[in-house]
Structure formats: C-alpha cells, structure tokens
Design a protein around this ligand. Sequence first.
Ligand code: TLP
Length: 336
Amino acid sequence: MNHLDFRSDTITHPTEEMREAAANAKVGDDVFGDDPTVNELEQIAAEKMGKEAALFVTSGTQGNLVSVLGHTNPGNEVILEADSHIYHYEVGGISAIAGAIPKLIQTEDGNITPEMLENALRPSNIHFPDTSLLCLENTHNRHGGIALSPHSIAEVARAAHDHGLSVHLDGARIFNAAIYHNVNVKEYAKEVDTIQFCLSKGLSAPVGSLVAGTRDFIEKARKIRKRLGGGMRQAGIIAAPGIIALTKMVDRLKEDHDNARKLAEILKGHGYKIIEPQTNILVVYTDGKFENSDEAVDFFKSKGILCVPFGPNRIRFTTHRMISADDIKRVDELLS
Ligand code: TLP
C-alpha cells in the first residue's frame, strides 16, 4: 500500500535541484576550512540569522549538544522546558556528554515566562550547581508545533541575561515560527546567544543543521564539533543542497501550515480531539477512541496513514513538502 506518510518532516527527500547541486558542488577539506560550498552555506546562514558566524553540523541533535557544551562546564545546571526536544529526544546527551544537570520548567504552551525563570533560579549557595544556560525551543515540537512570538522569546532571554545566563534557542523549525508570526528570523536570533536550526526537516535538504552565534563562540564550537567526531571533509556535497534549502525552500513552508489546518478539520470531522495547529505539526488525542497511542498508530496505518505515537494518549501528524493538498483530501476518504 502506498501510505500517506505524516511521521515527520524529516522524511522529505531532496529535490532534483538539490541532487544536481550535490553532484556539481565545489569541495575541499572542511577541517582545513577549504570547502568553498560549506563556507558559503555558513556565511548565508550567519547572514540570515543576523549573527557574526555559523557552523555546519551533522544534525539538530549535534547542533544543540555543541551549543550546550560551548555554554557550560561539567556540573552546571541547564534550564529547559519540561517537554523540550533536548530533554526528551536527544538521548540524554547534555548529561552524558556535557555533564550538565537539567532543571525542567513545566508550561502549558511551551512558553517559559520571566516569572517562571525567576522561580527556577537558585540562590547562591555552596551546595548548588551553577546555573549557566537557558535553552528555549521554537517551534515547540511536543507542544504541537506552537510558534512562540519574538516578544515572548525576548522577554525571557532578557531575564536570563540579567541573571548572567547564556541563552540557546533550539530553532529546528525556526522558519516555521517566523512564517506564522510574519517576522524575519533575525527577530528571534537577535535575542539569543546561539540558535540551532535544521535544513533536513521541512526545508527538504538530506542532511544538516547550523549553529549561529558570535565569531568567538563559533570558533569554540568548531573545535567542540571536531571532538564529537563531526569534523567533515568534502562536506560541500551535503552543504550544496543546504544552500538551496535556505535560499529557495523557506517560503513554501506556508503550504505545510495550510495543509496541517486542513488535516485538523478533517480529523475533527471524524470525531478526534486535537491541538489546533499553528504550523506543520498536528497533535491528536487518542483517549475516548483508543486504549493508547500505539493502538491509534496501528489503526491509522491499517487505513494507509502513517503517524507517530506522541506520549501515552497522543499521536502526531506532520505535514511537509511530500504531502500535497490532494493527499490531505485523501485522508477523509481513507477514514470514511
Ligand atoms: N525531531 C524529530 C525527532 O527527533 C522527534 C522529529 O521527527 O520531529 N530539535 C527539535 C525541536 C526537533 O524536532 C528535532 C528533530 C531536533 C532538534 C533534532 O534534529 P535531528 O533529528 O536533526 O537530530
């Protein structure tokens, strides 16, 4: 059966133009700084984010880890939203590799307010770890792809800076957030010390993420990436599709948002409770219909629709370039 695959926007294949760009990319040894295509991608990324420099990394997970390592010392505390990707889905890297201790803040909607941050901060005491970093996430994956506003990010980032913390933004889908709020991504990046964003999700590149920040931080991060085994050689082959992702694929993300809203209407029509989607992620509650999320995933699969479990009583659908408006209409037929 030819399934409609809503498991993630990470499943997007590179476009023909990306494949051609990969085949024809000018390359060099990037550990020597010699790969012109990687250098170009890093420069475009830094300019887009309004930061001094950027570093091409293998994945969002590596970008977040490199950033946490750059901002902390072993034993430091890192403040995170309780449902953050870094805490849930990155195999405990910030503890296992950076030696950081996470402090979680529970929120209704992924938005850490200055007040919540103040309450989480510890007074100075010989027994306590030093708190050195606040990590934010936008769009917020486990909160249903909610897009935090530049204002919310600015408020909490400024509060964190006032207390001497650094701020890292996991902006895996930051362009989706910027499109939702109709702002330039720089509005987000300017408030944080570092931002990580992914080329390999809705933007359809096959591999890679970037970390952007000050020149000094990025030089430090380059060495940390090397320590993690992320020093790549003729990486222009994978950076070339990334340039197309960044320069040509951002505007079309709006289609994914429109399709998520259409999908939400269809699922509501079939009696499902959902979190209203703002971007390309749609979270659907399974209680009242199924015993648990695995059963729900199996049911949808039997209808030719792939999605993922998202906690005990929730499943997630993600729209992306390889799902068309006609595919969305087919969901209605498949469920009827
Ligand atoms: N998220 C993936 C899975 O890991 C869950 C997905 O399918 O959504 N930050 C955020 C907010 C993410 O959603 C992801 C990927 C990452 C970081 C990590 O990116 P990769 O997969 O490139 O390491």
